[in-house]
Write a protein that binds this ligand. Structure first.
Ligand SMILES: NC(=O)c1ccc[n+]([C@@H]2O[C@H](COP(=O)([O-])OP(=O)(O)OC[C@H]3O[C@@H](n4cnc5c(N)ncnc54)[C@H](OP(=O)(O)O)[C@@H]3O)[C@@H](O)[C@H]2O)c1
Length: 301
């Protein structure tokens, strides 16, 4: 798989990452196979969060716990992966990015993950109460402690990102927005521009729109016209490139001007393998603009 850097760091990662949101219900054997398959096919960046598993039998921390068990079975495995986690969502509050909470949340994540550091620690969602200066103090101390090599944010607007960055001693190396052929807001809300400015990696969550771009089945909240246009365009490009819908959807995110690393979320081994092959699909500029126009419903001016 093509490689890229985790933003402005010297950490090399595959251009597609593997996400653990839907991972908590895996048996240990299944979990091990998923992580090893992702790694074997070049997806060495593994993205998890303390909240993954909440609302399921595994509970809060369940996905990290499972990954920690996988890591503990093979002592060499930890060094082979670039480990990213997130903290700051705590239902029903719902968010807490206070100094004390973030410091403790990371300690708890590390103990579930059975490691003494993560490569990337991200604030999961913007806390509208805690001052940015306090959030930054926590992240600064986390880096100083060696418990995280780098820090990033998820679901922050550009102005929230800048406000936090203003108080940080280190760069925010990653932004994690929802980004797909069906959710192109990062192109116009400044996120991709900010990433271009700072070289932050854009970890694109739900790059298949949670599977809708693979199944072609819209959800209730989708704009039916837009959904139809995007799926029709994906189908045409899939036929042109001899690829699947999901491969075209992933290739779209990879063709972006910023350093976009889509995080796939499938729990199916064959689909992990299929996703990896999308890194080799070269969408033309016209293909890319076809998907932008399908999303916007108008031609480029
Ligand atoms: N920062 C945030 O707020 C945030 C929010 C959401 C997600 N994330 C991150 O992004 C990662 C990916 O999110 P996601 O899971 O929504 O990504 P996704 O790749 O857009 O969607 C994955 C879903 O699509 C289904 N799918 C994939 N290919 C399919 C196919 N060919 N046919 C039918 N279904 C198919 C998968 O089902 P199968 O398992 O059956 O293949 C799975 O349920 C997460 O794991 C997490 O790391 C972050």
């Amino acid at each position: 798989m093509k490689q890229t850097y985790l933003g402005p760091t010297d950490i090399k990662v595959g251009c597609i990452a593997y996400g653990n949101w839907r991972f908590a219900g895996s048996t240990l054997e299944e979990a091990d196979e998923k992580i090893r398959t992702a790694l074997d096919y070049g997806m060495n960046l593994i993205d998890t969060a303390d909240i993954y598993g909440f609302g399921e039998p595994a509970g809060f921390g369940g996905a990290e716990e499972r990954l920690g068990e996988v890591l503990s079975m093979d002592k060499g495995l930890r060094e082979k992966i670039v480990l990213a986690t997130k903290g700051g969502i705590i239902p029903p509050r719902p968010y807490d990015s206070s100094y004390d909470y973030l410091i403790e949340a990371l300690d708890n994540s590390l103990s579930r993950l059975r490691t003494n550091y993560v490569d990337l620690y991200q604030i999961h969602r913007p806390d509208l109460i805690v001052p940015f200066e306090e959030q930054a103090r926590a992240l600064n101390d986390i880096i100083k402690s060696g418990k995280a090599r780098h820090v990033g944010v998820s679901n922050f607007t550009v102005s929230q990102t800048r406000a936090l960055q203003a108080h940080l001693d280190a760069p925010l190396v990653s932004l994690q927005p929802e980004f797909s052929a069906l959710e192109q807001s990062p192109m116009t809300d400044g996120i991709l521009d900010y990433a271009g400015e700072t070289r932050a990696a854009v970890l694109a969550w739900s790059p298949l729109a949670g599977g809708r771009l693979a199944t072609g089945l819209a959800s209730e909240g989708d704009d039916a016209d837009r959904f139809g246009r995007v799926i029709d365009t994906i189908d045409k490009l899939a036929s042109d490139h001899g690829a699947s819908r999901s491969q075209i959807a992933l290739a779209f995110t990879l063709r972006s001007q910023a350093n976009v690393i889509p995080i796939i979320g499938t729990q199916n081994i064959d689909r992990i393998i299929e996703s990896a092959a999308s890194a080799d699909i070269e969408l033309t500029a016209r293909d890319y603009y076809d998907l932008v126009e399908a999303y916007r419903g108008v031609g480029m001016p």
